[in-house]
Design a protein around this ligand. Structure first.
Ligand SMILES: [Zn+2]
Length: 332
């Protein structure tokens, strides 16, 4: 795995000064597009500005900024300078590192210039990258910090791109499977995307009943078929209160705490007088669902509850766990 390479094994490619002609630059850029090695969008205006410098005498060849090429011969770093070479039609010399491991691009710039969300693309995440990044941060805080510090103190905790990628890789790889439930919560409840995604994930992970977690989330989002004694009704009222906090760096943690509290009450058939969470509180564990006829009393059969599909299969299907062993084969 990229993240766990020990320093002894990491060979640093030695940058060498090289003259790059417009033809060579064009070749490198073509390979970059072919292999998708550079996830940053090429900004033509920026390349034109650099090209103008190159033709007007404003370009300084002594700048020790490296052009990094991966094992594809494509460009991980420096595509704007190469594009400027093509546009200005002048050969330029640069410090060039060759055979830089393709996946090390994930750690370049470390989240400042390169948006963190783009780096998730390098580990195969195709959709919802921004939301996944912020949910990974929140989940890591929940899993590592909730017993040590209150949610309100998490506001200043930032992680670098490589940390987020490492957390994602180690623990939250199935997070993209929960994007549909995130959209449900976000649209129905106007909850923050990170809180929505993290909660869908946590409730499914800790609740022990995939159907129940879906039923909980759909009811919470839509408000359909829930009575005033249902803790989801109380939480919906909190979310719909125009005076509730809507901004700030702790909003996701607050909403996550509220939704988990609500699940814990709902899953154990308890009621909630007033939805609230003190800044000094520690976020709770996710309780396991305790089945009761009360929760299934709406009388409306769920489409997902087709009797021909075993619950484990449904849970696995909901989690998109294609690679885990099914109780019996679905193939053929
Ligand atoms: Zn490459």
């Amino acid at each position: 795995m990229i993240m766990n390479r020990v320093p002894e094994q990491a060979v640093l490619p030695m940058p060498m000064r090289e003259l790059i002609t417009p033809t060579e630059a064009a070749d490198i850029l073509r390979l970059t597009r072919t292999h998708g090695c550079n996830l940053r969008r090429l900004d033509p205006a920026h390349a034109k500005r650099l090209a103008r410098d190159m033709t007007s005498g404003g370009w300084d060849d002594r700048i020790p900024e490296v052009i990094s090429l991966c094992d594809h011969g494509a460009c991980l770093q420096g595509q704007h300078r190469l594009e400027a070479v093509v546009i200005s039609d002048t050969a330029r010399s640069f410090l060039v590192s060759r055979d830089v491991p393709h996946d090390s691009a994930a750690n370049m710039d470390n989240g400042k210039a390169r948006p963190m969300a783009l780096a998730l693309g390098l580990v195969g995440v195709e959709r919802g990258r921004k939301e996944i990044c912020s949910a990974v941060r929140l989940l890591h805080l929940y899993d590592e910090e909730r017993t040590k510090s209150p949610w309100s103190s998490w506001r200043n905790t930032r992680y670098t791109t490589s940390e987020i990628l490492r957390f994602y890789d180690a623990r939250y790889r199935d997070l993209p499977d929960f994007l549909p439930l995130m959209y449900t919560l976000r649209t129905g409840l106007h909850a923050a995307p990170a809180a929505s995604l993290a909660c869908a994930y946590l409730i499914s992970r800790g609740g022990g009943d995939a159907d129940a977690s879906i039923e909980f989330i759909e009811g919470l989002a839509s408000g359909a078929n829930i009575g005033t004694k249902d803790p989801r009704w109380v939480l919906r009222r909190w979310f719909n209160n125009p005076n509730r906090p809507r901004r700030g760096s702790t909003i996701s943690a607050l909403q996550m705490g509220m939704i988990i509290k609500c699940w814990n009450l709902w899953a154990t058939q308890s009621t909630w007088e007033i939805a609230s969470m003190k800044p000094s509180e520690r976020l709770p564990d996710v309780k396991r669902f305790a089945p009761s006829s009360v929760h299934r009393s709406s009388g409306v059969p769920r489409l997902e509850s087709l009797p021909s599909i075993a619950p484990q299969q449904r849970a696995q299907r909901a989690r998109g766990a294609h690679d885990s062993a099914l109780p019996f084969s679905l193939a053929q």
